[in-house]
Design a protein around this ligand. Structure first.
Ligand SMILES: [Zn+2]
Length: 59
């Protein structure tokens, strides 16, 4: 699932426990160990691109 923080930036969170931390090397949640799917990551990347386009911020 995707959360939006107060500044409007998307944050990827676990579909199972809702925690916002996952291991980017293995794509698993730190909290519950469930896998973060490629689809979720793609969705997050798209949301992030949209955020960058909207705000003009790019890291
Ligand atoms: Zn989790």
């Amino acid at each position: 699932m995707i959360f939006y923080n107060p500044s409007g930036a998307p944050e990827l969170a676990c579909n199972y426990c809702g925690c916002r931390w996952y291991d980017r090397l293995t794509n698993t949640c730190y909290e519950c160990g469930e896998e973060v799917s490629e689809e979720d990551i793609a969705e997050y990347q798209a949301a992030l691109e949209e955020f960058y386009a909207r705000t003009g911020i790019r890291p």
